[in-house]
Write a protein that binds this ligand. Structure first.
Ligand SMILES: Nc1ncnc2c1ncn2[C@@H]1O[C@H](COP(=O)(O)OP(=O)(O)O)[C@@H](O)[C@H]1O
Ligand SMILES: [Mg+2]
Length: 419
């Protein structure tokens, strides 16, 4: 009797835990998958060197174009939206001020229209109808006031319009137009999900020299640390078990990519500063390893790249990841991103000039946006919009072979330094 009571008690006590555990597994497998969002359409007017963009976006999107065609400017649109939505120190005025004002942002080849606008469609998959649409337009107030004024801000959820500014309140008090509803908790209750999503946009263009010579430079770390100056603090800041798991996966990749690479670990020095330490198999067994200041550029960049891919469930922006990497590694980046997306389902936008990066036969023409400079600003089109590209891809050519040559400058054969 005693025993069976104890059993019942035990079941009573454990059931909530078991249910909670089962729910967590269910949530991780199903709900997490379902709640992942991506931006599947981008519509832009007068942003930097683009007069007009209207393109669909896939989960893995490559952005290719010649030098100064606007690859970084295109990625900056997503950072700009993140900067507006940021929980601390965000907002429209700051995001524009950090970029030098509307006069720097607005397309110089735009004619009369003073407005800059951005619209994003957010959905569960690239081909699904938009769950959310967010549209923002702004312009400089006037010459005397440096402030930027919203010309519109609109939000739709599943086709239903939730916000349409300027509204009656804005008309009664035009000062309200210096802030977006997106940045204000009191005003964005019905669409807070959009802000949460945008806040997680990650951009890391790790500059190895900033890590290697960090102590000597002692520079101010730029907000959000886009160049990885505080990368080691970022690694130190995550929970130890998460950090161990991520570094194990990175170590696994480095062992394949870097000859004789054996071990990657996180350590703290005598005064508590974080470091990464690596060991190579051909070293003497008593040799402990060396720290990040002695890593090669390629190893540092690969660590930064893999870390940002593992860190994020929203949008990861990778700027020319091929820099300093061996071409064998570069050729594996596209399939690695796909593999990672199967378990993490983030959206990865990659700017590149490397045909090797696009050599994978599995890359779909829709996954490549081609930036084509013209007199009216740069035109952006998915490479699948070009019939000749589609024919060649169907005949077994890869995107790297077909698309990249189109971005080469016309007279590149005559490229010589003047005497
Ligand atoms: N407001 C603007 N209007 C027109 N062009 C601009 C504006 N701001 C920047 N640019 C142009 O954008 C180009 C740089 O784009 P960028 O994104 O750095 O190119 P990429 O990354 O493809 O090399 C430069 O040629 C610069 O003149
Ligand atoms: Mg660039």
């Amino acid at each position: 009797m005693q025993n069976s009571n104890a059993n019942i008690l035990c079941v009573d006590f454990c059931l909530p835990n078991v249910l909670l555990f089962a729910y967590q597994i269910y949530w991780n497998i199903y709900c997490r998958e379902l709640t992942v969002m991506i931006i599947n359409r981008l519509i832009v007017k007068n942003w930097r060197n683009f007069q007009h963009i209207d393109v669909p976006l896939r989960e893995r999107q490559f952005i290719v174009g010649p030098n100064a065609s606007g690859k970084s400017n295109l990625l900056d649109i997503f950072r700009f939206l993140r900067d507006i939505a940021k929980a601390e120190g965000g907002g429209l005025q700051k995001a524009i001020g950090d970029r030098g004002g509307v006069s720097k942002i607005r397309c110089l080849s735009a004619r009369q229209d003073p407005e800059v606008s951005i619209e994003i469609h957010i959905a569960d998959t690239p081909d699904a109808p938009a769950t959310w649409r967010y549209s923002l337009g702004f312009r400089q107030a006037d010459r005397e006031h440096c402030q930027t004024l919203l010309s519109h801000e609109r939000v739709w959820r599943e086709g239903e319009r939730l916000l349409d500014r300027p509204d009656a309140d804005d008309n009664a008090d035009p000062d309200r137009l210096i802030q977006t509803a997106l940045e204000q908790n009191a005003a964005n209750a019905k669409f807070r999900e959009i802000g949460r999503f945008l806040r997680n946009v990650t951009y890391l263009h790790l500059v190895p020299q900033l890590i290697r010579f960090g102590d000597a430079i002692q520079g101010k770390v730029i907000e959000d640390d886009p160049f990885g100056q505080a990368f080691l603090e970022r690694v130190a800041g995550v929970h130890p078990s998460t950090r161990r798991a991520r570094l194990k996966r990175i170590e696994h990749t480095l062992k394949i990519a870097v000859p004789q690479f054996e071990k990657l670990e996180f350590i703290r020095d005598k005064i508590g500063r974080p470091h990464l330490r690596a060991r190579y198999s051909h070293w003497h067994p008593t040799e402990e390893g060396h720290c990040e200041d002695q890593f090669s550029d390629g190893v540092l960049r690969l660590i930064g790249l893999l870390w940002s891919l593992l860190e994020n469930d929203s949008i990861v922006l990778l700027e020319e990841p091929e820099l300093s990497l061996n071409i064998g590694i570069v050729s594996q980046l596209a399939p690695s991103i796909s593999r990672l997306q199967r378990s993490r389902r983030s959206q990865v936008l990659v700017s590149t000039q490397s045909d090797v990066l696009l050599i994978e036969p599995g890359i779909d023409g829709r996954e490549v946006l081609l930036l084509i400079p013209s007199k009216e600003g740069t035109v952006v089109k998915p490479s699948s919009d070009f019939d000749d590209v589609c024919v060649l891809l169907k005949n077994g050519f890869t995107v790297g072979e077909v698309v990249l040559p189109q971005t080469h400058p016309k007279h590149i054969g005559g490229l010589v330094l003047p005497e």
